[in-house]
Write a protein that binds this ligand. Structure first.
Ligand code: COA
Length: 323
């Protein structure tokens, strides 16, 4: 039986910071409101000429270095983004070129903020089938370039970042269980390129390329989706919460995380958060947090962890890994 395991992980955030004082200067909000309702204090923002692939390349280089693998040993690069530099070429191809991963196939995919767990699931399938040995899963987004900075209900939430993981064939336990789901009926987080006057009316700036969402409905959905998906991977593995060292959830809003973990029946000491520093950075939230948790020694070899996310689409997913 061939298993798939993360052998190296990396994260990157741009230098520029929008703190809550800056948000107060551009929209009618307050540091107190943002912290109480979201938990976010700062977001990192890409420069005008810094794009998704630029951040993805940096995170990928760190993940590769940590895995000890050479770029030529990669068989496949999959990259998730909702803010690609181009529709074509795929961002994954830009990463492939920059890394010199001359033997790797490359493509982009989109599962919004659930995409890291989705990517691990894809990588595991290719590895378990014997098709590939080494897959690079990259999640990167410059959400700031799609954020409506006239809309106080969304602009305080989002930041930019990239996270990457090398997933390799092994006989050890690695990605043990995954669970994915979607509900297209609930497509309430929208980033539209099609012309729709009805959708555009919902945006404060009326700019169709910016993110619009029904915050309350997303919150309600997210709490249930993250708790249920985590419980499902736990159940499939035959393990209990006592076996789990750490949970890394998608970092969209502290209230969502808090309600979801209550529903899971766990306490915050089992949860790793970067929300305060980075806000919601789309699919990269989980790999960036994972990379920091590993660097801080919160995850050690043999530990079992759960990664769980939800996002636009709507989509959701959880993965149970042995480190
Ligand atoms: N500062 C001050 N007031 C704000 C504000 C801000 N940044 N944003 C919204 N408000 C106001 C609203 O206008 C509203 O005012 P009103 O009562 O006068 O109409 C009030 O706060 C309450 O708005 P509401 O939307 O009910 O707040 P909320 O508690 O749901 O918080 C979100 C709003 C967006 C923070 C929250 O719904 C959320 O985080 N949703 C999930 C979003 C998400 O995760 N999206 C990404 C999916 S991957």
């Amino acid at each position: 039986m061939i298993n798939a395991k993360i052998t190296g992980v990396g994260g990157y955030v741009p230098e520029k910071v929008y703190d809550n004082a800056y948000m107060e200067s551009i929209v009618d909000t307050s540091d107190e409101w943002i912290i109480r309702r979201t938990g976010v204090k700062e977001r990192h923002i890409s420069d005008d000429n810094e794009y998704t692939s630029d951040m993805a390349i940096k995170a990928s280089q760190i993940a590769l270095e940590n895995s000890g693998l050479k770029a030529e040993e990669l068989d496949l690069i999959i990259l998730a983004t909702v803010t690609p530099d181009y529709f074509t070429p795929a961002c994954a191809c830009l990463v492939q070129k920059a890394l010199g991963a001359v033997n790797a196939a490359a493509f982009d995919y989109n599962a919004a903020c659930s995409a890291f767990v989705t990517g691990l699931t894809i990588a595991k399938q290719f590895i378990a089938a014997g098709t590939y040995k080494n897959v690079l899963v990259v999640c990167a987004d410059t959400l700031s370039k799609a954020t409506d900075y006239a809309d106080r209900a969304t602009c305080v939430l989002f930041g930019d970042a990239a996270g990457a993981a090398v997933v390799s064939a092994t006989e050890e336990n690695g990605i043990m269980e995954t669970e994915l789901g979607s509900d297209g009926d609930l497509a309430i987080t929208a980033l539209a390129y099609r012309n729709s006057d009805e959708e555009n009316e919902k945006r404060v700036s009326k700019r169709k390329e910016t993110i619009w969402m029904a915050g309350q409905a997303v919150m309600k959905f997210a709490v249930k989706a993250m708790a249920d998906a985590s419980l499902r991977v736990l159940e499939k593995s035959g393990l209990s919460w006592d076996d789990i060292t750490l949970v890394i959830p998608h970092q969209a809003n502290y209230r969502i995380v808090d309600s979801a973990i209550k529903r899971m029946g766990i306490t915050e000491d089992k949860v790793f958060l970067t929300l305060e520093k980075y806000g919601n950075t789309s699919a990269s939230c989980i790999p960036v947090a994972l990379s920091e948790a590993v660097a801080e020694g919160r995850i050690k070899k043999g530990d079992k962890i759960i990664l769980v996310g939800f996002g636009g689409g709507l989509t959701w997913g959880a993965a149970l890994l042995e480190w």
